[in-house]
Every structure is written in C-alpha cells, then in structure tokens.
Ligand binder design. Structure first.
Ligand code: NAD
Length: 419
C-alpha cells in the first residue's frame, strides 16, 4: 500500500488529503501537524475548518485510510510520498518584509524530513512558494541525505475556500512539475497515478518544476488583476452614475474575457488569495475596521463564522502577523476595547450610525432591513462593500446607501426625471 503523509493540517492539507483518501481507498493517508488543538479538532465531530461537504468526506474515511496525528516524525519516516502544505505567510521582518513569502515553516519541515527519513521519498510542494523553492529544498535534502534519494515535485493547489471540496472533486486542472530526468519522470508518474483515481487524464498537466511553481503565482496574479480592474471600474461607476454590475455583465459577455471573477467589492484577502469563509487572514474587513478604530469609532461586529477571540486577535495584530497560525505566535494580543462582538446582526446594528457589509454571507441578503433601520440612529447609513443588497429597496426604507460601483444617493437626486 502506498503511504502518503501530509505536513500541515490546514485549509489546504486537510481537505486535499481527505479527498485523496476518499478517492484512493488503496492509499493510506496521514495528515500531521505540530498544532495539537488542530489535530484534535480533525479527530473530533467539529472539524477545525468549515467547508461544505468536508464533514461527509472525512466521516467516510477517517479511521480507515485517513488519519490525523501530531506524531509528525513517525509518519514522515514511514511515507513514500510527503506533501508539504505548511503556511507560507508574508514576511514580517528582514529583507522583503511585507512582500516576500516567509519560508521558515517550509524550511523547518524540509530539515525534519532530512533528519527522520530512512527510505527514498517523493516530496511534494503543495504550499504556494516562490519560483526555485524546489531547488532550495532539494539542496537541504540532498546535502543531508545519508544516501536517500529524494525527488521534489511541485503540485500547487488551486482550490478556493468555500468551494474546496467541489474544486478538489472536479478540478479545472491538476498541475505536476518535476525534474526532467528518468527519476523525475517516474516521480511525476507516481503522483499522476494518485490523481488519476478520479481526475480525467487530460486535466492532469505535467511540466518542469519551474513552470509548475510559476504557473501558480501567475494564475494568482491574473485573478488579482481581474478583481483589481473591476474595482477600479467601480470607482468610475460611482463617479459617473454607471452601475458596476451592469458594466461587469456587459464586459464579461465577451468570450475572450468571460464572466468569472468580475465582482466589485471592498477588495480581496486571504493568506493565499481570496477568502470568504471563517478564514479571516488578510481580509479587507480588518483594514476597514482598523481605519474606523483609528477615527475613534465604536464598532459592533457580527460574523456568523468567526469567533470573538479571532476578531479581537485580528484587530490587535500587525498586518501580515494575521497569517501566522495562533499556536506559532509568541504573544497573545490584548482585546481592542472599542470593539464588541455580538451573535446577531440586529443586535450589532442597534443604535449604530452606519452599517458596513464586508462579507457576502447569504443571510445578510435577507435581513429585515426595516427592523434594522428602526433601531439605528438617524440618518442611518449603509455601506455595502460586497454589493449584496438592493440599494433602491433600502433607500425606500430611508437609509442613505453607498454600494460599491453603484450610483450614489446624490447622483440619483441630481438625475433628471425620465419620462
Ligand atoms: P494553514 O495555516 O491553514 O495550515 C498550515 C498548517 O501547517 C498549520 O496548521 C501549521 O501548524 C502547520 N505547520 C507549520 N509548520 C509545520 C511543521 N514544521 N510541521 C508540521 N506542521 C506545520 O495554511 P493553508 O491555508 O492550508 O495554506 C497552506 C499553503 O497552501 C500556503 O502556502 C498557502 O499559500 C497555500 N494555498 C492556500 C490556499 C487556501 O485557500 N487556503 C489555496 C491554495 C494554496
């Protein structure tokens, strides 16, 4: 039986390995992590991350061919294929601070693999890393190899949080990069055989190592460009009276451009790229709240998926520390006193001057906005950073509404009546 070990039981490692275990009953998969609470949660009924369909997949194979463990070294030593899916956050100090990826976690994982391995290994880069990381990792491994052969593969992950299971079941493509040597090709084939259990052959792309590493960064850059472009257009819409939803629809109808990733919003966040779930890393909501706190606002926050502890932590931290997992952070920040967290949207808006919608939870579309209006101070403002409410309906209630990329209240007043 082929044995897979994945280092890092996070948003990528957990769901990806669960799907591999489900689709490959002939493979034993162990996901390891240095975080005891995270592993305990993976072994409990309350998984550490929320993804539609994930519970089901984990329940079907946990204890059969899917295991979660903190015994990192034992399972790394026993594995044939080791995925490394540790976090690669933005550097907070040193050269490239605020821009470059911090590869500390990756490097310590690679050194540990070199220390404990007693048999040949295929080491798979799952984390998003700068191009040529595989070469650096290869050096660490081969210079400490004790005669063991290592093949490094790049197999970047393209899943999006919120649709991880769907994306893993039916990926647009699986990308595998390896060395262009007989041993490299053999390793690529071994990983291809794993995915071939459920991914059609024409969707498994094989390239050289550097193309695979660069493709992931290039794909992220293209996606970011689309969102940044439509956000820039939304500012023009607000200034001219055009409606960004109409403009994006018209532009996206061009088959050369396509309709996806053209929603204007307050911006995108996420450790890797874009996040809509309980994962708050680098969410623009933090920037907005910090700006308001700087102006001495009292903020009452409601999010159906994020705990008060996480919110307080995010607001107390410096930018880019957000993406360093809690258990790896040296100090615990103190709570921000201007912030209160509540468990109900109506409670959050009671007595407020303004309501900011910063995450597109479905329940925000169907709130009783009349009730909210009645309990807010007047004039009552709504700032819809995700374009999920109908500005006209809310204006009828009496709100002053600012929606990203939509004509502003003032515009409507100035507009001549249409016969
Ligand atoms: P994460 O922070 O949720 O999980 C990483 C885990 O690795 C943590 O639980 C941490 O404790 C563990 N870890 C760190 N060092 C370790 C070590 N030496 N030994 C054992 N465990 C260790 O991160 P994530 O969101 O799963 O992302 C992982 C990688 O995948 C990152 O490079 C990210 O950029 C990339 N990625 C993320 C997404 C996404 O949507 N989250 C999508 C594509 C790619």
């Amino acid at each position: 039986m082929v044995k897979i070990c994945c280092i890092g039981a996070g948003y990528v490692g957990g769901p990806t390995m669960a799907v591999i275990a489900l689709k490959c009953p002939d493979i034993e998969v162990v996901v390891v992590d240095i975080s005891k609470p995270r592993i305990e949660a993976w072994n409990s009924d309350t998984l550490p991350i929320y993804e539609p369909g994930l519970d089901d997949v984990v329940k079907q194979c946990r204890g059969k061919n899917l295991f979660f463990s903190t015994d990192v070294e034992k399972h790394v030593a026993e594995a044939d294929i080791i995925f490394v899916s540790v976090n690669t956050p933005t550097k907070t100090r040193g050269l490239g601070a605020g821009k470059a990826a911090d590869l500390t976690y990756w490097e310590s994982a690679a050194r540990m693999i070199a220390d404990v391995s007693k048999s040949d290994k295929i080491v798979v880069e799952k984390s998003t890393v700068p191009v040529k990381t595989a070469e650096a990792i290869e050096k660490i491994l081969t210079h400490n190899s004790k005669g063991i052969n290592y093949q490094i593969l790049s197999n970047p992950e393209f899943l999006a949080e919120g649709t991880a299971i769907e994306d893993l079941f039916k990926p647009d493509r699986v990308l595998i990069g390896g060395r262009e040597t007989p041993e490299g090709r053999k390793a690529v084939q071994a990983l291809k055989d794993v995915y071939a259990h459920w991914v059609p052959e024409d969707r498994i792309l094989t390239t050289n190592l550097w193309s695979a590493e660069l493709s992931k960064l290039a794909a992220n850059a293209f996606l970011a460009q689309r969102i940044s472009s439509v956000n820039a257009i939304s500012a023009l819409c607000e200034a001219t009276g055009a409606n960004v939803s109409e403009v994006a629809y018209a532009v996206g109808k061009d088959t050369r451009i396509g309709p996806k990733f053209l929603n204007a919003s307050v911006g995108f966040g996420g450790s890797c790229f874009q996040k809509d779930t309980g994962d708050t890393r680098e969410t623009p909501a933090i920037d907005v709240c910090k700006g308001l706190l700087g102006d001495k606002a009292q903020i009452s926050i409601y999010d159906p998926q994020v705990t008060e502890d996480q919110i307080q932590r995010d607001l107390a931290m410096n930018k880019f520390d957000w993406d360093h997992p809690m258990h790896l952070q040296p100090t615990s920040p103190t709570a921000v006193k201007q912030v209160s967290c509540v468990w109900d949207a109506y409670e959050a808006t009671k007595g407020a001057h303004g309501l900011c919608i910063l995450t597109e939870w479905d329940e925000f579309k169907t709130l009783d906005y009349q009730k909210i209006f009645d309990n807010m101070q007047k004039p009552a403002f709504v700032f819809d950073g995700r374009n999920i409410i109908d500005p006209e309906k809310l204006r009828e209630i009496g709100f002053i509404v600012y929606s990203i990329g939509k004509p502003l209240d003032a515009w409507l007043k100035d507009m001549p009546a249409v016969a």
